[in-house]
Design a protein around this ligand. Structure first.
Ligand SMILES: C[S@@+](CC[C@H](N)C(=O)[O-])C[C@H]1O[C@@H](n2cnc3c(N)ncnc32)[C@H](O)[C@@H]1O
Length: 294
């Protein structure tokens, strides 16, 4: 099978999730099935497993590769899908959330995620939603743009870049936006000057932090007692939200509902980073739901 997206931290995921025969599995960011293939090959429980992705290109691909398996595949954002599954009283032994974009998003220039090639200002994982990078870049007030670029991109020159954007509207494609970032950072820099701004706008377009914050308590609800939840994040704010939720609900207290499986996050080794550079910022945290919890 053609590997469209190389799954990250596979050994760590197997170590914490411990997939066993008959375990039910919920993959909330199934992408191109990299992790799902490996986990389902162990559990062999297709009937009680669910794969979710908000990108229809992914779910179409998943329908194809799992055509002969009795799997449920849902094309929805994970918050909505998790809420629906909770209403149906579904519970799982294993839940995996591998946040962010897939390599396919970055490689397909027509999706507008990458500053390397020219493309439309899009960046929507769910192409049926209204909010796109075109709206954020061309319609947001300067102050709001500066906040987003600073907060989500950790960009020291956020205010200046926001001003450049507003003064050069309309901005019609990814290359025009990337050029403005280059203008803010003349001379040499370690990473491409557009990296942080593109990341920030993508997070805003897809409401990535809000959805994570709202979904964590639901994922906890979807776990069976002794069920394991693993979250892989690629951004420090995502990792902070996950870490805080896990910390608040675990510990030595009599009423703690979760136990940490990772005191420190699992990160890729040098070998993995060389083979798959996209893995370099990945952090894996996991918890198990205590048996006494309903
Ligand atoms: C890093 S990739 C996952 C790759 C997958 N684990 C694999 O091995 O093929 C992240 C995927 O999550 C999806 N995604 C991101 N945020 C989502 C959300 N809020 N709801 C559902 N899917 C989401 C993206 O469309 C993308 O396909």
């Amino acid at each position: 099978m053609l590997l469209i997206h190389q799954p990250v931290l596979v050994d760590g995921v197997i170590k914490v999730l411990k997939p066993e025969k008959n375990d039910s599995y919920l993959d909330l960011t199934a992408g191109y099935g990299g992790h799902a293939n490996i986990i389902l090959a162990r559990t062999k429980n297709y009937r009680e497993s669910v794969l979710v992705d908000r990108d229809k290109t992914s779910t179409d691909y998943l329908h194809n590769i799992f055509a002969d398996k009795p799997l449920m595949i849902i094309n929805q954002d994970y918050y909505q899908a998790s809420t629906d599954l909770m209403k149906q009283n579904k519970k799982f032994d294993i839940i995996l959330v591998d946040l962010g974009v897939s390599s396919q998003h970055l490689n397909d220039q027509s999706r507008g995620f990458s500053f390397k090639d020219n493309g439309p200002l899009d960046m929507r994982m769910d192409q049926s939603q209204k909010l796109s990078a075109m709206v954020v870049v061309n319609d947001y007030p300067e102050k709001e743009l500066a906040r987003i670029i600073s907060e989500y991109g950790d960009e020291p020159k956020a205010r200046y870049i926001a001003k450049l954007i507003v003064n050069n509207r309309p901005i019609l494609n990814t290359q025009e936006l990337a050029k403005l970032c280059l203008k803010a950072w003349p001379g040499r820099s370690k990473i491409h000057p557009a990296t942080r701004t593109f990341q920030a706008i993508r997070i805003e377009v897809n409401q990535e932090l809000t959805l994570l914050q709202k979904s964590l308590p639901i994922w906890f609800n979807l776990l069976k007692p002794d069920g394991r939840l693993a979250v892989i994040s690629f951004h420090s704010l995502e990792d902070r939200i996950t870490k805080q939720f896990f910390k608040d609900n675990s510990g030595e207290r009599y009423d703690s509902e979760l136990t940490l499986l990772t005191k420190k996050p699992i990160v890729p080794d040098q070998n993995e980073i060389v083979i798959n550079p996209r893995s370099r910022s990945a952090k894996l945290r996991a918890v198990v739901k205590n048996k006494k919890t309903k």
